[in-house]
Design a protein around this ligand. Structure first.
Ligand SMILES: Cc1cc2nc3c(=O)[nH]c(=O)nc-3n(C[C@H](O)[C@H](O)[C@H](O)COP(=O)(O)OP(=O)(O)OC[C@H]3O[C@@H](n4cnc5c(N)ncnc54)[C@H](O)[C@@H]3O)c2cc1C
Length: 302
């Protein structure tokens, strides 16, 4: 039933190895109600052309035998892939620098000067930068930066937490623990448990109550899993850039012609980054975009 090739590691190119694997995604459920809702979504995905199966508990344990999964079943999306983001980012930086890209660390954009419907200069704490084109991709901070251009784009920070567990968990296939709203990803040398959407002001405070809730919820889905206190203490948070309608902002501004905005990807920025990057390059190169950008119109709330 499960095609073998999905379980092989995929080497993307000779320049990178960031443990990209295509093992699909198990949407694991403990209650029949959650299972029925997820299968409803799965059937819609099948209509869109995706390969999705509704697995019994026994079938789930056949493909994920060593994790002690305690579920009633799972909806299995075959096409999902995962990787180890910190390995990707460090290699991507080296690749870009080797190909002529300058990365300026610790430079905060403080002022933006506009003249003749164009950004003429950007001032950071140390530099004054002129350029033909500017891309604003400043995540949860985008609203603040866009105010400097008199453009309203509502973006709120949706804080999420992750716990990295180095001990062997036996988990080989990424899963979402539906009722607990926890995402589980096997990465290179550790398993990541992530969750929570805490809409708040911008800060990097880690709330131990939320982190403990993720650990406790995960332990209920894997018999024998015990997330150790040092891993809980090392939990970190990140800020997802959330728009009111859940769609990103991608495109040019109507009144300032050399700016392209790419932000608001909320919980999906990692997955959607490559597609957004492609659209941004098409916009800047004056090419026809691969997608209709109307739903992502940057000034839709202005
Ligand atoms: C726990 C957790 C789990 C997640 N899991 C997934 C997942 O499984 N799949 C998925 O697709 N997505 C996931 N996401 C979401 C994803 O991480 C985000 O959507 C993505 O990081 C957003 O990328 P971004 O580049 O838009 O913003 P960011 O990554 O926030 O980058 C914005 C950058 O702009 C900089 N900046 C801001 N203001 C200024 C300024 N004035 N001057 C200079 N620089 C500035 C910031 O310092 C920052 O470096 C997860 C997020 C969290 C928190």
């Amino acid at each position: 039933m499960f095609s073998k090739e999905l379980y092989e590691d995929i080497k993307v190119s000779n320049d990178f190895n960031f443990f990209y694997q295509r093992k699909g995604l198990l949407m694991c459920y403990q209650t029949e109600k959650a299972g029925a809702e997820e299968w409803n979504t799965g059937q819609r995905a099948i209509k869109e052309g995706l390969k999705v199966e509704n697995l019994t508990k026994e079938q789930v344990l056949t493909i994920e035998p060593n994790a002690g999964l305690n579920v009633n079943g799972a909806v299995y999306y075959h096409s999902d892939a995962h990787m180890t983001p910190n390995e990707f980012m460090s290699q991507m930086k080296v690749y870009l620098q080797n190909n002529g890209v300058s990365i300026l660390n610790n430079e905060e954009v403080l002022e933006i000067t506009v003249s003749n419907h164009k950004i003429s200069e950007v001032k950071t704490n140390n530099l004054q930068i002129k350029s033909d084109e500017f891309v604003i991709a400043s995540g949860a901070w985008s609203q603040k930066l866009m105010k400097k251009l008199n453009t309203k784009i509502p973006v709120q920070a949706g804080k999420g937490y992750r716990i990295n567990v180095a001990q062997e968990t036996g988990i080989k296939i990424p899963s979402i623990l539906i009722e607990a709203k926890v995402a589980v990803t096997p990465m290179n040398g550790f398993t990541r448990f992530a969750g929570t959407m805490e809409v708040d002001k911008i800060n990097n405070k880690v709330n131990p109550i939320r982190v403990n809730a993720i650990a406790k919820a995960a332990e209920k889905y894997y018999n024998g899993l015990k997330i150790l206190q040092p891993d809980i203490d090392n939990a970190a948070c990140g800020l997802r850039p959330c728009s009111p309608d859940g769609l990103p902002y991608i495109g040019r501004l109507s009144k300032i012609h050399n700016v392209t905005v790419a932000t608001g990807h909320a919980m999906m920025g990692w997955s959607l980054g490559p597609a957004t990057g492609k659209l941004v390059s098409e916009i800047i190169s004056d090419k026809r975009t691969s997608l209709n950008l109307h739903p992502f119109f940057v000034e839709r709330f202005s």
